[in-house]
Write a protein that binds this ligand. Structure first.
Ligand SMILES: NC(=O)c1ccc[n+]([C@@H]2O[C@H](COP(=O)([O-])OP(=O)(O)OC[C@H]3O[C@@H](n4cnc5c(N)ncnc54)[C@H](OP(=O)(O)O)[C@@H]3O)[C@@H](O)[C@H]2O)c1
Length: 261
C-alpha cells in the first residue's frame, strides 16, 4: 500500500521544494505525489525533479494537474474528479494534503483597501478555496475511504502577528489557521499542522520586496534578505516540514514555525 501526498502550489517555490523533500525522504517506502497548480510547465519541471530522485528500489509515482484553485464555481467538480482518479489508480493506506498554494493579495494601508470585488477574489483563493479543499480532502479520504490522513496548512508568522500594510494576507492566514485548528479539535483521528515556513526566497518575496505600498521597514527587510543571502532556502524549510510530519511529535492543530525548537 502506498502513501498519496497531494501538494497545491507545486509548480514553483515552497511547494516544489516540499515535493522534492518528500521524494528524497526514504521513510515513505511507496510514494505517489499529486501536484497541483496552474502553470503546466512549472508542474512538469517539478515532476522531472521528482522523477530524477526515483529509482528501481524506490519508484515514485507522480501526477500533475493544471487547475486554477481560485475558480470557486468549478472547484468542487475539478477536485472531486482528481481525487476519484487517484483512488481508482491505487490503494492508499495514508494520504496527506499539503495545502500550500497562496498569494499576497492587496498590499497597502488598511485604511485604503481595494474594491470589494478585488478583496473577494483574494479571499476566494486564499481562504474559501484553501479551506474547502481541506474539508473535502477529509470527507473523501478520511471518512469515505478510511485512509490515515495528515492535513498541512502552509501558514505564516503573519497568521499570528500583525505586519503593517499586509492586513489582507495576515487575516487570510489567520482564518486558515483557525479553521485548521478547529478541524483538529473536531477530528482527533486526523493529524493537522499549521506550518509557518519562515521568510523564504521565492517569487512571492520578490514581489513583496518590490511592492510600492509595502511598509518601508518590511521592504528594507526583504531587500536586505535578498542582497545578503539571509533568506531561508525553500529546500531547508521543506526538509524541516517533512521531518515534522514524519517524526509526528506536534499536537494536532498546532501552529509550528520554522524557527521553533
Ligand atoms: N515565501 C515566503 O517567505 C513565505 C512565508 C510564509 C508563508 N508562505 C506561504 O507559502 C506558500 C507558498 O509560497 P511561495 O513563497 O512558494 O509562493 P510562490 O513562489 O508565489 O508560489 C505560489 C504557488 O501557488 C500557486 N498558485 C498561485 N495561484 C494559484 C491558483 N489560482 N491556482 C492554483 N495554484 C496557484 C503557484 O502556481 P501557479 O502560478 O502555477 O498557479 C505556485 O505554485 C503560500 O501559501 C505562502 O503564503 C511563504
Amino acid at each position: 500500500m502506498s502513501t498519496l501526498i497531494i501538494i497545491t502550489g507545486a509548480s514553483k517555490g515552497i511547494g516544489r521544494s516540499i515535493a522534492t523533500a518528500f521524494a528524497k525522504d526514504t521513510r515513505i517506502a511507496k510514494l505517489k505525489l499529486c501536484l497541483i497548480a496552474r502553470n503546466l510547465e512549472g508542474l512538469k519541471q517539478t515532476q522531472q525533479m521528482v522523477n530524477s530522485l526515483s529509482s528501481s528500489q524506490r519508484k515514485i509515482q507522480t501526477s500533475i494537474h493544471s487547475i486554477d484553485l481560485s475558480e470557486i464555481d468549478t472547484l468542487h467538480k475539478s477536485i472531486e474528479k482528481l481525487f476519484k482518479e487517484e483512488i481508482q489508480q491505487d490503494k492508499f493506506e495514508r494520504t496527506m494534503l499539503i495545502n500550500n498554494a497562496g498569494s499576497l493579495g492587496y498590499v497597502g494601508p488598511s485604511s485604503d483597501m481595494p474594491t470589494p470585488m478585488e478583496m473577494t477574489q483574494a479571499v476566494n483563493f486564499n481562504v474559501t478555496s484553501a479551506i474547502w479543499i481541506s474539508s473535502y480532502f477529509v470527507k473523501f479520504f478520511a471518512h469515505q475511504h478510511k485512509t490515515k490522513c495528515n492535513v498541512v496548512n502552509i501558514s505564516s508568522l503573519c497568521a499570528i502577528t500583525p505586519f503593517k500594510t499586509m492586513a489582507m494576507y495576515c487575516s487570510g492566514k489567520a482564518a486558515r489557521d483557525m479553521w485548521h485548528k478547529t478541524l483538529a479539535a473536531e477530528e482527533p483521528s486526523l493529524r493537522v499542522l499549521n506550518y509557518a515556513p519562515g521568510a523564504i526566497e521565492t517569487d512571492m518575496t520578490d514581489i513583496l520586496a518590490n511592492a510600492k505600498e509595502l511598509d518601508p521597514e518590511l521592504s528594507a527587510f526583504y531587500k536586505r534578505s535578498k542582497a545578503k543571502h539571509t533568506y531561508i532556502q525553500p529546500a531547508t524549510t521543506a526538509k524541516k516540514l517533512v521531518n515534522l510530519i514524519m517524526e509526528d511529535k506536534y499536537a494536532s492543530g498546532d501552529h509550528v514555525d520554522f524557527w521553533d525548537e
